[in-house]
Ligand binder design. Structure first.
Ligand code: DGL
Length: 269
C-alpha cells in the first residue's frame, strides 16, 4: 500500500457528469490540487438502482482510483454516498468523504424552525440517509424527503430554464410550500445546475451539498497536513466507462471548464 503524500491527487467518483459540480467547487477552493475523476457513464444512473448494485459499482470505482494512488477519496455521487460510504471507509485506507454528511451539517446549522426538506434521487431518498445524518446531529429536527427522478434527465438534456423545468419543479416541490420547511437540501449532484429555478419557486435558503463537500475536503487535507505544496502545473484527468466525447460535451456545462485528458476504461468484470 502506497503512503499518502501531499503530491498525490484527490480521487473523485460519480455515476457520470453530475459529480463535476462537486469537482468544480473543489477546484475553486483548492486550485493547486491534482484531481482524478471517474464518471461511470456506462452504468449511469445510479439513482434508480438497488443499494446492492450501487455499492458494487462504488467499490469498483474506488478500487480503480486507489490503484492510481490518491490521498483522499471523494464520493461525489449522493446515491453512492447514501448507500456505500461505510463500506468504502471500511475497505480503503484513505479518508473517504461523502456528500451527505457535509450537506446535513450545513442544513442543521441553517435551520431555525427545525424543519428541513431534502430532494434527491429515488434511492437516496429511500435510504433516508440525509434524514439519519441530520437527526444524528439534532433528533428534534423534522426531515421530509422528496424524490425528484425527472430532474436528472431534464438537466442532462440541457433544459436548465423554461417551461419543462419550471413545471417539473412545481410538480415535485409544491408540497414544500405548505410544510413550514425553512431549509432545502439539494441532495443530488445535478441539482445545483437548476438552483436558481428551485430557489425562485420555493423561496427558501438552499443547501448545496457540493459546496459543503468542497469545504470538508479542504478541512480534511489541512488537518492531515496533506495539502499540495508544489506550485507546478496542475493535472486533472478524467476516466469514463462510456463515450469520452459525450462526457466532454455534457460535462463542460457542469464543470464550467474545458474537459481534456479523458480516458475510457473498463470498470467491474
Ligand atoms: N449522481 C447521482 C446522485 O447524486 C445522480 C445521477 C444518477 O442517478 O446516477 O445521486
Amino acid at each position: 500500500m502506497r503512503k499518502v503524500s501531499n503530491e498525490m491527487p484527490i480521487g473523485i467518483f460519480d455515476s457520470g457528469v453530475g459529480g463535476l459540480t462537486v469537482m468544480k467547487e473543489i477546484m475553486k477552493l483548492l486550485p493547486e490540487e491534482d484531481i482524478l475523476y471517474i464518471g461511470d457513464t456506462a452504468r449511469v444512473p445510479y439513482g434508480t438502482r438497488s443499494p446492492e448494485t450501487v455499492s458494487r459499482y462504488s467499490l469498483e470505482n474506488a478500487r480503480f482510483l486507489m490503484s492510481k494512488g490518491i490521498k483522499v477519496l471523494v464520493v461525489a455521487c449522493n446515491t453512492s454516498s447514501a448507500v456505500s460510504l461505510a463500506l468504502l471507509r471500511e475497505k480503503f485506507p484513505v479518508s473517504v468523504i461523502g456528500v451527505v454528511e457535509p450537506g446535513a451539517r450545513a442544513a442543521v446549522e441553517r435551520s431555525i424552525l427545525k424543519r428541513i426538506a431534502v430532494i434527491g434521487t429515488e434511492t437516496t431518498i429511500k435510504t433516508g440517509s440525509y434524514e439519519r445524518a441530520i437527526r444524528e446531529i439534532d433528533n428534534s429536527i423534522e426531515v421530509s424527503g422528496i424524490a425528484c427522478p425527472l430532474f436528472v434527465p431534464i438537466i442532462e438534456e440541457g433544459w436548465l430554464e423554461g417551461d419543462v423545468v419550471n413545471l417539473t419543479v412545481e410538480k415535485y416541490l409544491s408540497s414544500i410550500r405548505y410544510n413550514n420547511v425553512d431549509t432545502l437540501v439539494l441532495g443530488c449532484t445535478h441539482y445545483p445546475m437548476i438552483k436558481n429555478v428551485i430557489e425562485k419557486f420555493v423561496q427558501l435558503p438552499l443547501i448545496d451539498s457540493a459546496v459543503e463537500t468542497a469545504k470538508e475536503v479542504k478541512s480534511v487535507l489541512e488537518k492531515k497536513d496533506i495539502l499540495c505544496k508544489s506550485k507546478g502545473e496542475v493535472s486533472r484527468n478524467f476516466f469514463v466507462s462510456d463515450s469520452p466525447e459525450k462526457f466532454a460535451y455534457v460535462g463542460e456545462k457542469f464543470l464550467g471548464h474545458k474537459i481534456l485528458n479523458i480516458l475510457k476504461i473498463e470498470l467491474g468484470g
